[in-house]
Ligand binder design. Structure first.
Ligand code: BMA
Length: 820
């Protein structure tokens, strides 16, 4: 096989009157217009409105390229387009090659008859999709969320690009992934599928290949597997037919585990197709040896739903992932790696790729393999009604095949899921009362995609919808079976305590909004915009009424904030507390509940949203809370009035022993009571270790100044700790803490030591005007406690001296939210 890339320099024709501009491919129209100074950044203030209209026209990308004689002489020549967004017409040397209409597909065209040796020309015209979907929608109305451009279910283009309740309406266009020409002679590999058979101390790897053979030579297939420590196993076969299976026996296999349960050893597999020593085609895969299934077994509560890896049922901990940008050329492997590292730092073992974006690039799954995140992979259908015409059915079948062929070998791939929230929506939202479309739903997700998945990736579990109880519109959000999306806290305005009424088997969505940090707000506002109800701030809040919801929950918990910065801070604390409330409860019920995937990990632009990390990669309070509530060993407090139970949840593969200690304090009278108990908690379990009842001790008035400090220590180390208030912070009598700060410089980091004389709740350490990553933040400090924070120098947005850092540090806590 030979390949020539068509990436690099192209031209973009914006209009016949204007000379074409030089651009880079892969890329996008918005990005190119922005680079050329023809539009302003659509993320700034209300620029989104103007940028959207820029897409009401066509754009043409063109370039020339050389085909050598050697390449031209090969038997087969193909044009491969790994991503065209979305309605495109392709011309080679002035001749029409094809039209495409699906951003999610990999298109391969036979271009042998269109090319010539020497210089060739390619041009790709992208049609205005806004007019296209409007026109389709005027003929056949298809339901979709109102926040999005009406009609998006008519086109196979990432739905979020038409707007979502956290994203702008910026339907970009262009050649968004690699494009190249490749040629073959005599034969080629068309498919490689691996199946692992695990026995004690042995993995047998079946490598099933499909080839197309049109030459004369005797062909040979070869598989080479390189283990993590560099040993190579080989299998060979002479082939005369198209289907073959090679087998490798891996003794003492090194198993792949999700983060927190073991390592992520990876094996390299190379499959070669040769003829008389000449390489004709090859495929390369990085694989992990593991078994991974979804365990669904009847039990006393209903039916379990849990990922089981190498025979161990795990409690899935993670968040929902959405596209990282609206302008895809602004994403990068380095940014994605940082995001995945942030997940690992917060102790995730799982991530859900939500169905309203696009199928991420290979980098994403490589990172999940390397770092140990199980991927819950939705197909790209969300919150909408689709019409299953024959053309649409074939289009989405091909889309599913393309993406399964690309991704199914990854160790991290946990399951394929048909869609986001559609089975449930047919039952509970205002979907049309249309029996034909309802049947189309079943046909699409429970027949067509289910069959395609069984055919192309039988080793990976398929689940028709999220949430679902197994399909057929059978109570999709049933709390005793399958997965659940729970939104009564937030959308339903229920208090945080409502989470404790439920013991979901696997909660794949629940969330709470907050504002991004002031630094992020400043990137899209002018000073006069900095009020949450201003036009510009509301343009960066896409969920109707959400600012009001934040204020509603604020009223239950905090005093009225003194300024915007305090409101932002309080909003992040509310969000963090809400998620903590749910997750700790479900982890206490490990076994019955086996997963919590909160909504949402990241943002695609700077916005008020449910994310725990904002568009610029800044951690909100929630992400620091997640690092604590997803800790492998967690001590949590379950309170009711003045009664408290302390639980240890142990998500590791070994038992842990240590001491649970507690101190009951009053901000008026100092230490009231204290105690400690030895605790031993078996692996993969959760247990109540201490039950406390202060009902007789604490009067109603004392409940507003009493707090419980709790801690789990093992081998002299604090493993998990916290501070519980018995009253909402707004009614609590906070002392004003006097902080003592000590900063020291080490070779590659600074340490910031923080002490306090009295209780400091939700301590935030900030670097004025700078970015830098602290290993902890938004923590509680009980009286007399100190905390040592690590600030990695490599994470700083500017190099700092010790003195400069000391000046930049600001510290605030709950008491600073208000003046009164
Ligand atoms: C869930 C998701 C998204 C949405 C979020 C917040 O339903 O599936 O569609 O953004 O809620 O409303």
């Amino acid at each position: 096989m030979q390949t020539i890339s068509l990436g690099g320099g192209w031209t973009l024709t914006i209009s016949p009157e204007q000379s074409p501009i030089d651009v880079l491919v892969p890329g996008s129209v918005y990005h190119d217009l922005l680079q050329a100074g023809q539009i302003e950044d659509p993320f700034y203030r209300d620029r989104e409105e103007h940028a959207k209209e820029v897409m009401r026209q066509d754009y043409i990308y063109s370039r020339t390229f050389d085909i050598s004689h050697e390449l031209y002489q090969l038997d087969r020549l193909e044009l491969v387009c790994e991503g065209l967004d979305t309605l495109s017409s392709i011309y080679v040397n002035g001749q029409a090659i094809a039209e495409t209409n699906n951003m999610h597909r990999t298109y391969i065209f036979d271009v042998k008859g269109y090319l010539q040796p020497g210089t060739n020309e390619i041009s790709i015209k992208f049609k205005n999709t806004l007019d296209y979907i409007e026109d389709k929608q005027s003929k056949t109305f298809l339901w979709a969320p109102e926040i999005s451009v009406s009609g998006f279910p008519h086109i196979r283009k990432a739905h979020y690009s038409y707007g979502w309740d956290w994203g702008p309406q910026l339907p970009d266009a262009g050649i968004w992934r690699d494009i190249y020409i490749r040629g073959y002679e005599q034969a080629r590999l068309t498919d490689v599928y691996m199946t692992q058979h695990h026995q004690k101390g042995l993995v047998t790897l079946d490598i099933k290949t499909e080839s197309e053979l049109w030459g004369e030579a005797p062909f040979e297939l070869k598989a080479l597997l390189t283990s993590p420590d560099g040993q190579v196993l080989t299998a060979k076969a002479s082939i005369i037919q198209n289907s073959n299976t090679l087998q490798l026996q891996i003794e003492n296999p090194e198993l792949w585990w999700p983060n927190g349960y073991g390592d992520q050893p990876l094996y390299q597999l190379q499959v070669l197709l040769q003829a008389e020593g000449k390489l004709l085609d090859e495929r390369n895969y990085t694989i992990g040896l593991r078994t991974l299934r979804v365990k669904q077994e009847p039990d006393e509560w209903g039916t379990s739903f849990a990922f089981e890896v190498n025979g161990v049922a795990i409690f899935a901990m993670g968040a929902n992932y959405i596209p990282e940008d609206n302008l895809l050329p602004r994403t990068s492997a380095a940014k994605t790696e940082q995001l995945i590292k942030d997940c690992i730092e917060a102790n995730f073992n799982c991530i859900r790729v939500w169905g309203g974006g696009f199928y991420p690039g290979n980098d994403f799954y490589d990172l999940c393999d390397r770092y140990g995140l199980i991927v819950w992979q939705d197909f790209m259908f969300a919150c909408a009604v689709y019409e299953l015409t024959d053309e649409f059915a074939e289009n989405i079948r091909q889309e599913a095949i393309d993406n399964m062929l690309r991704l199914r070998h990854h160790a991290s791939l946990g399951l394929w899921c048909g869609n986001n929230e559609m089975e449930m929506a047919w039952e509970t939202w205002d979907f049309p009362k249309d029996e034909k479309l309802r049947q189309d739903y079943l046909q699409q997700f429970e027949v067509l995609l289910a069959k395609t998945a069984a055919e192309y990736d039988p080793n990976t579990f398929y689940w028709a919808s999220s949430p679902s109880s197994g399909g057929g519109f059978d109570d999709p959000n049933d709390q005793n079976r399958g997965d659940v999306h729970y939104w009564d806290v937030w959308h339903g305005l229920k208090p945080f305590t409502d989470y404790r009424h439920f013991h979901f088997r696997f909660c794949s969505e629940f969330g709470f909004q907050s504002f991004p940090s002031m630094k992020t707000i400043e990137t899209y506002t002018l000073p006069e915009d900095r009020n949450i109800f201003s036009y510009v701030m509301e343009r960066h809040q896409k969920n109707d009424g959400a600012n009001g919801k934040i204020l509603y929950y604020l009223a239950q918990n905090f005093k009225y904030p003194k300024d915007l910065a305090s409101l932002v801070y309080a909003s992040q604390l509310l969000q963090a507390e809400a998620m903590k409330y749910g997750v700790e409860h479900w982890r206490r019920h490990r076994g019955r509940c086996m997963g919590s995937i909160y909504w949402q990990l990241n943002d695609c632009w700077p916005v008020a949203s449910w994310s725990s990390i904002d568009y610029y990669g800044r951690w909100k309070a929630l992400h620091y809370f997640a690092k604590r509530f997803y800790a492998p060993v967690l001590l949590s407090a379950c309170d009711e009035g003045a009664k408290v139970e302390l639980h240890v949840s142990n998500e590791t593969l070994h038992s842990v022993s240590g001491t649970v200690s507690w101190k009951l304090w009053s901000t008026k009278d100092g230490l009231l009571r204290e105690g400690s108990s030895a605790a031993e908690i078996a692996e993969l379990s959760s247990a109540a270790v201490v039950a406390l009842d202060f009902s007789e001790l604490l009067t109603a008035e004392q409940l507003r100044c009493a707090f419980l400090e709790y801690r789990f220590e093992s081998d002299g180390q604090t493993i998990s700790d916290g501070v519980l208030l018995f009253a909402p912070p707004k009614h609590f009598t906070f002392p004003v803490p006097q902080f003592v700060t000590e900063v020291q410089e080490e070779a590659d980091h600074f340490t910031i030591k923080l002490g306090t004389d009295s209780l400091a709740k939700y301590v935030e350490v900030e670097l004025n005007g700078l970015d830098g990553h602290l290993d902890d933040n938004y923590f509680d400090l009980a009286p007399g406690r100190t905390k040592i924070l690590i600030l990695a120098k490599s994470s700083l947005s500017e190099q700092l001296t010790l003195e400069q850092l000391k000046k930049a540090i600001t510290v605030r806590s709950a008491v600073d939210i208000t003046d009164v």
